[in-house]
Design a protein around this ligand. Sequence first.
Ligand code: ATP
Ligand code: MG
Length: 431
Amino acid sequence: MSQTIQSVRGMNDILPGEAEFWELFEETVRSWLKSYGYRPVRLPIVEPTPLFKRAIGEVTDIVEKEMYSFIDSLNGEPLTLRPEGTAGCVRAVIQHKLAAQHPQRLYYVGQMFRHERPQKGRYRQFNQVGVESFGFSGPDVDAEQILMGARLWDDLGLNGISLQLNSLGQPDERAKHRADLIGYFEKYADQLDEEAKRRLYTNPLRILDSKNPAMQEMISGAPKLMDHLGTQSMAHFEGVQQVLRDAGLPYAINPRLVRGLDYYNLTVFEWVTEQLGAQGTVCAGGRYDGLVEQLGGKPMPACGFAMGVERLVTLIRESGGEPVLEGIDVYLVHQGDAASRLAPRVAEGLRDQGIDVLFHCGGGGFKSQMRKADASGASFAVIIGDDEANAGEVTLKPLRANGDKPNEQKRVSVDQVADEIMNSFLDWEEA
Ligand code: ATP
Ligand code: MG
């Protein structure tokens, strides 16, 4: 026998049993997005590599070491599996002049790819729900996006997800802070780890993002960007906070929250939980007013966030959330030549009436088919033998308890079976 082929490391199959949680999550997410007026976009998984280099920044974890980049062997084009969704969304907005007339609220759901060390909550293929707005410059939309998060955690029945907030100001304010940071870290040059040394002159802000425990003390003493913010930036930040306070939504200001991508300005935020171990950020985002222009579009303010679906689904499962796994309505049992010709028509007829049917495939005797019907979780078995088929009837057998009412099987004409089932469902609901 030849060796079996396994999935790529860090890229998971989501099997039945777990996939239902995903569907429940996605359904909740879709109606939540609709309630805020966000509209879906579906974007390619592969984009030209320069898109990510320009959008995310050359000196970032993602672009330096996490991208699945390759050359299209047919035409030599450099391509990358998207590591995040904002860059592609901005590209699409520019390409299709989406927000030229009116501001846009958009969302997408799908796979992202990053070559990271796989561990709980960190995979090489993972899924994000991304939410982006284009054309709004005030703090109102930032605040709305934050309130959205709070509502979703509530809709999903999740507790213990807290909000961290910061402002990155504007590029000129960051430039002053950058100079201060370099000066500060130069004093500690001998204590910087390799990564920090490398970033000291290219992207010192990123050093604040370091997860190295040995560097934490030095980082907490570093100059704060907040001290460099001018009146306008402060007013924007205050505007966001005002809405949050009015909504009674608690938050913590975290001056070290700088985000792993270069394109942010003003508001940045993360939703974090302690229930997932080291990978505690379930949702992150902020404002990126410069990105549309940076990617060649007309300047346009924008703001968005992305959440990690794997981490949220894990939270839902660990918090005991259960998707209502409704059993199928009918298991259709059939044996005999006439029966097996009638059976598919009965099944389709039931489905015409909105009744879900698991059609027995693979033959076998009544006894073994009935065992499968019992195990299927169906509410009814519809049983067709040649005897029934010749009479234009089926046997309808309830498979679940019905209080103290007798739950007997009965013969019903083919035309009546859907009505019988519907009436029983109504009876059961009343009971
Ligand atoms: P982290 O600091 O955990 O690496 P990040 O800042 O790189 O996160 P973002 O680019 O902001 O993450 O992505 C938004 C969200 O997507 C994260 O908060 C997280 O929930 C999820 N996410 C990011 N990378 C992964 C991954 N490799 N596996 C699973 N989920 C991920
Ligand atoms: Mg990361």
